[in-house]
Design a protein around this ligand. Structure first.
Ligand code: PGA
Length: 248
């Protein structure tokens, strides 16, 4: 099975030339790595020009943020349709550094699929509690994202479990905790939509993934890959991570 590696460059780099260099470095290596599929989420300004220089299939492009609106009267926004026409095949929805509400998960997931983008929906609690309330938070996020979808569309979704408190830290969640959450998410899907649909949905983990912890995380059977933030915007570190993931 190919591991999905989502590279979320966030707000870096600062210059178009640096974005192109970073991508060039990744391109040199990625063609040889059979067991990984990169989903690259660069800043919107750079997405089209990077996608236009690439003709392979080992990297697919993701929009970091789509507008919840259709139509034209939305100054400063970029629509799912514009991204789909500019080289993106995926989009991020609900990342905790954005401003998506729980209802935006529903609206944006529906819109993304309408215009041919595969939604990567970020879910995850902002803090853990002993009473297990965080599980209800995650459940509500999952169900909100899927609310308006047809049975066929359901199977196209990618969820990224990324607890907010695990972003930008020294260490990721333990592999055991990631596995428990991946299982929990699949359990919700089985209960609500049946086993066949639940099997099709892909689940990633995000939050402080690095070359030190990626082997343990990718061993988790219920997981299809990872989301990488900081490390993905550093060519050397990211290439090392990709090579390790390719052998995992
Ligand atoms: P991080 O970011 O890998 O730097 O923790 C992950 C993310 O925000 O998706």
């Amino acid at each position: 099975m190919r591991h999905i590696i989502l590279a979320n460059w966030k707000m870096s780099p600062s210059k178009p030339r640096e974005a192109q260099e970073l991508f060039n470095n990744i391109k040199v290596v990625i063609g040889r790595l059979r067991a990984v599929q990169v989903l690259l989420a660069p800043p919107a300004l750079f997405l089209h020009s990077l996608a236009a220089t690439y003709s392979g299939n080992k990297v697919l492009f993701a929009a970091q943020k789509i507008s919840p609106h259709e139509g034209q009267a939305h100054t400063g926004s970029l629509s799912a349709q514009q991204f789909a026409n500019s080289g993106a095949s995926h989009c991020l929805i609900g990342h905790s550094e954005g401003d998506d509400t729980i209802d935006a998960l529903r609206v944006k997931t529906f819109l993304a699929l309408k215009y041919g983008l595969i939604p990567i929906v970020f879910i995850g609690e902002s803090k853990r509690d002993n009473s297990g309330d965080y599980l209800l938070v995650v459940r509500e996020q999952v169900l909100s994202a899927l609310q308006e979808l047809s049975p066929t569309q359901l199977g196209e979704i990618v969820f990224c479990y990324e607890p907010v408190w695990a972003i930008g830290q020294k260490e990721a969640l333990s592999a055991y905790d990631v596995q428990s959450m991946a299982l929990y998410i699949r359990k919700i899907l089985v209960e609500e939509y049946g086993a066949a649909t639940a099997r099709k949905v892909r689940v990633l983990y995000g939050g402080s993934v690095s070359s030190d912890n990626i082997v343990d995380i990718l061993k988790i059977v219920d997981l299809d890959g990872v989301a990488v933030g900081r490390v993905s915007a550093d060519a050397e570190e990211f290439i090392e991570l990709l090579k390790i993931a390719n052998k995992a």
